[in-house]
Structures are given as structure tokens and as C-alpha cells.
Design a protein around this ligand. Structure first.
Ligand SMILES: CC(C)(COP(=O)(O)OP(=O)(O)OC[C@H]1O[C@@H](n2cnc3c(N)ncnc32)[C@H](O)[C@@H]1OP(=O)(O)O)[C@@H](O)C(=O)NCCC(=O)NCCS
Length: 337
């Protein structure tokens, strides 16, 4: 077996990689929203300033059999690295995954990383098929489960707008002190400092289970860089915020992204409320506000996906009320290098 580095200028190899990636994705997670090539190209070209990325390809008998992607945070979490990858089903259980993981561990050690994290999924009872090969491989390789999330989807045509209205009527009296703001696309310049301040506070609030991750330090420049790269990926963010007018602070947000390669699907990113402003139903209100803006700005979106940490029983209940259906379980594993 040979292992080579994937370089963005190698167009035939980029095409072969993409065929492998999409074939395996469809095999292991059928029915999931399609993968985004433009976004993968941004990562392979290593354009992020906060994360160095390497893609390595495994070739068996001149055939592309698998790949591994290594991510090294550069601005924080310098003790950590992420790894993901896959092997074509016909090449599995012959040691390809093991060799790719060995390469990842060697690269991690040489870059001074001490913890490695890997992500995979498993099916839920009655849910769609998901391969459990990733979970079982990681367990066999000494990884422990550190965090789990549940994926949900909802058909926007069927989203219960009446339930949204009822929830807003029920919850708004708890939030009379706050105002809701929303926009589509990059953060307007005047809101950038408040959005960055909120993002910075929030990184310590996202439930991460036992993952050995430290807080990120996000400044205006880093926030702008991330938003510029979203534009290169062909990604538009639809954002809703709650503002506390007395202080001018933004205290809750919910962001949905839509990729121009698959305009019928949207992904709801994290929804969070500042710890000092909890208890005012702001999480649900910003979530519903983002759905409303999504429907106005992207009427072609059919399905909305979201993930919720399994410990977040409140948001799980809200999702159920809004008509979201459970899809699968996302698992974050980690081990020391
Ligand atoms: C996970 C994956 C990369 C493993 O690749 P692979 O080439 O089959 O892995 P290996 O042959 O090196 O397997 C090493 C060991 O892991 C364990 N293992 C791998 N797949 C397994 C499975 N389906 N069930 C149980 N154990 C498994 C076994 O102990 C195996 O050793 P053995 O074959 O001698 O019993 C591959 O199954 C895959 O692409 N899965 C989908 C993508 C994914 O979930 N990736 C997550 C990891 S980031």
C-alpha cells in the first residue's frame, strides 16, 4: 500500500478523491444531505488560518482505497488534533484504516499534539441505516466516547408554523426586555464587535462532553476570516440574534447555513443563550426567528437539519414540538496520542 498527500492542483487525483468520498458517504450514511465539493476544496487547499489541514490518500494496487484528513488547530487547542477518513467498503478489514491512523498518530506526535479526536455516527432504533464500522474501529483502536449528539431533520413544508406561532405567543412575555434581529449573509459591520463578543463567550458554553478542548479566542479578524471563507465555500448564513437593549449586548443566537451546491437543504448550527440571560425562552425565540428568515430568503429549501447535544433535554423537547424527527447519533471519540 502507498500513501500520498492530496494536493489541490492535482485535478485527476482531486476527482478520484471526490468520487471515493461521495461513494463511501452514500454507502455509510444513505439519505444524508449531499457533501459539498467546493467546501472540501477550501479545506484541501488549506485556506483556513486557524486550522492546518492535510489529506493523505491510501492506494492499493493502483486503486484509491481510502483517505485520512488531519486537522491541527493553530490558534488554540494546540495540544489537540482531529482526524477523519474512510476506506472503500471493498477494501475494509485489510489494515488500510490502521495504516492511515498510524500515519495520523505519527504526524500528531511530530507536531506536539497529545490528544486526537475523531467523529463518526451510529443508527438510532427505527432510523435510517448508518455504518457502525467507524465506531467499532475507533473502539478497537483505544478511543473512548467523549461526547454524543442527536441529528434531527424537518421537512420545512410541514414545519408546524402554527406551533411556531403558539410558541412565540407563549414565550414572548418572558422576553419582553429583548429585541430580535436577523440577517442573511455576512454580519453587518456595525454588529461585528457584538457578534464576536458573543461568539467568544459562547465557545465555553457549547456542551462538549468529555472532549479535552479548551476555549477558543475569537476576535473580529477571526470572525471576518471565517465569514469570508464561507463565501468561498458558497455558503450563506441566515442568523437570528436577541439583543438586550439596556446593555446593547447580543445575548442569544441561532444560525442556519445554506450551501449553493445543494440549495434544497439547510443546516441549523448551534443555538445558544448567554448564561446570564437564560430563563427568558430566548433559545426557542431565536431559533424560530431564524426559521422564518430562512423561509423568506431561501424558499427553495425543503429540509432543515440540526444536531442537539444529548444532555440538552430542553432543546430536544423544543425540537420535538416543532416537528423535527430524529435521524441518527453523532459520536465524538478521543484518545491520547
Ligand atoms: C473505520 C474505517 C476507516 C476502518 O477501515 P479498515 O481499513 O476497515 O480498518 P482496519 O482493517 O485497519 O481495521 C482495524 C481493526 O478495527 C476493528 N474494526 C474495523 N472495522 C470494524 C467493524 N466493521 N466491526 C468491528 N470491528 C472493526 C477491528 O478490530 C479491525 O481489526 P481486524 O480486522 O483484525 O479485526 C472504515 O470502516 C470506514 O471507512 N468506515 C466509515 C467511515 C468512518 O466511520 N470513519 C470514522 C473514523 S474517522
Amino acid at each position: 500500500m502507498d500513501i500520498t498527500r492530496l494536493l489541490p492542483e492535482d485535478t485527476p487525483m482531486m476527482d478520484a478523491f471526490w468520487e471515493l468520498y461521495t461513494d463511501v458517504f452514500e454507502h455509510d450514511q444513505p439519505g444524508s444531505p449531499p457533501a459539498q465539493r467546493k467546501s472540501a476544496e477550501v479545506d484541501i487547499a488549506n485556506l483556513r488560518s486557524d486550522m492546518r489541514q492535510e489529506y493523505h490518500l491510501a492506494h492499493v494496487n493502483q486503486q484509491l482505497a481510502g483517505y485520512v484528513r488531519l486537522l491541527f488547530p493553530l490558534l488554540d487547542n494546540k495540544h489537540f488534533m482531529y482526524v477523519n477518513g474512510c476506506v472503500r467498503p471493498e477494501h475494509r478489514r485489510r489494515g488500510v484504516g490502521s495504516e492511515l491512523l498510524e500515519l495520523a498518530l505519527r504526524r500528531g506526535r511530530s507536531c506536539g499534539r497529545v490528544t486526537i479526536g475523531a467523529h463518526t455516527s451510529e443508527p438510532l432504533p427505527g432510523g435510517p441505516y448508518r455504518s457502525t464500522s467507524g465506531r467499532d474501529f475507533l473502539r478497537a483502536k483505544g478511543f473512548d466516547l467523549a461526547h454524543s449528539m442527536r441529528d434531527f431533520s424537518v421537512d420545512l413544508e410541514n414545519i408546524k408554523e402554527k406551533i411556531e406561532e403558539d410558541l412565540v405567543d407563549e414565550f414572548l412575555p418572558h422576553a419582553w426586555e429583548y429585541e430580535l434581529l436577523s440577517w442573511s449573509g455576512p454580519t453587518p459591520e456595525e454588529h461585528l464587535p457584538a457578534v464576536t463578543a458573543l461568539a467568544n463567550r459562547f465557545v465555553s458554553e457549547v456542551p462538549l462532553g468529555d472532549l479535552a478542548l479548551e476555549d477558543k479566542n475569537i476576535d473580529v479578524e477571526r470572525q471576518r476570516a471565517a465569514e469570508s471563507l464561507d463565501a468561498v465555500r458558497g455558503r450563506t448564513n441566515v442568523s437570528a440574534y436577541a439583543r438586550h437593549p439596556a446593555s446593547g449586548e447580543l445575548v442569544a443566537h441561532s444560525v442556519i447555513s445554506v450551501d449553493d451546491e445543494s440549495p434544497e437543504f439547510a443546516h441549523q448550527q448551534v443555538t445558544l443563550v448567554h448564561p446570564e440571560h437564560r430563563g427568558h425562552r430566548l433559545g426557542t425565540l431565536v431559533k424560530i426567528e431564524s426559521h422564518r428568515l430562512l423561509r423568506r430568503e431561501f424558499p427553495g429549501v425543503r429540509t432543515l437539519f440540526t444536531s442537539v447535544a444529548e444532555v440538552n433535554t430542553h432543546m430536544l423537547a423544543i425540537n420535538e414540538r416543532l416537528g423535527f424527527v430524529e435521524v441518527d447519533r453523532q459520536l465524538d471519540f478521543q484518545r491520547t496520542i
